[in-house]
Design a protein around this ligand. Sequence first.
Ligand SMILES: C[S@@+](CC[C@H](N)C(=O)[O-])C[C@H]1O[C@@H](n2cnc3c(N)ncnc32)[C@H](O)[C@@H]1O
Length: 229
Amino acid sequence: MTTIDFTKYPKPRSRRHVSPNQYLPKDRIRIDLEYYPPLIPSIAWNEHFLNAQAPQYLDIGCGMGRFLLETALAEPKKNILGLEVREYAANWIRSVIQGERPHGVLGNAETLWYSVANGLPFITDASVEKIFYFFPDPWFKKRHHYRRAFTPAFLDECARVLKPEGTFYLMTDVPDVDAYQRETLRQHDVFDFEECPDDASWGLIQRTDQEDFSLRKNIPYVRVKCWKK
Ligand SMILES: C[S@@+](CC[C@H](N)C(=O)[O-])C[C@H]1O[C@@H](n2cnc3c(N)ncnc32)[C@H](O)[C@@H]1O
């Protein structure tokens, strides 16, 4: 498989979080914001993927994109779209994609600076095979929970865009987030779900940056697969 020489793409200095407003849907913000990820009511896929087709995979909160880029290389026939609220991260991934396309790879990868708090209006119903939602920011304090993207409305959007046989993948190393997500899934009854205790039941080979960090530091994490009811 092709590999990318990442030394060609120096990573920007990371800032931990963006303005709290960016985790809210735009229509719930009362002040005028100069800096907010653009809303995307609709999209022309020919401007994003070489084959001009819609994505089969979504990586929501893709961070610095290791999983996205490696999955795109491993599965060149699948388009994968990353959505990321941190602009510098989305820009960096795009710089890798633009830099590699002349070498004949990553025509199937794209990342957008976007807050998923605004739903997925630019994704057609029942069009996506896999949604990845990996290591979301935990927002431990109760008064910050509103910043978590994993809400009943978010589950409805994921269920809407997934194909009937599609899979929604979750990973987290934070027990409180795992419990919160399972409780939200139970109460908002649109997905069945199952914990994957081993690699075989999980079925994904590529790793995220955060997963790699957990593995290196021996931090346990939980993997859950969800299917539409
Ligand atoms: C802890 S990082 C994990 C990144 C990656 N998934 C991984 O596993 O390495 C969580 C990411 O989700 C992004 N994020 C948080 N809220 C978001 C939102 N509302 N819309 C899009 N991305 C969001 C954060 O900016 C951050 O990059």
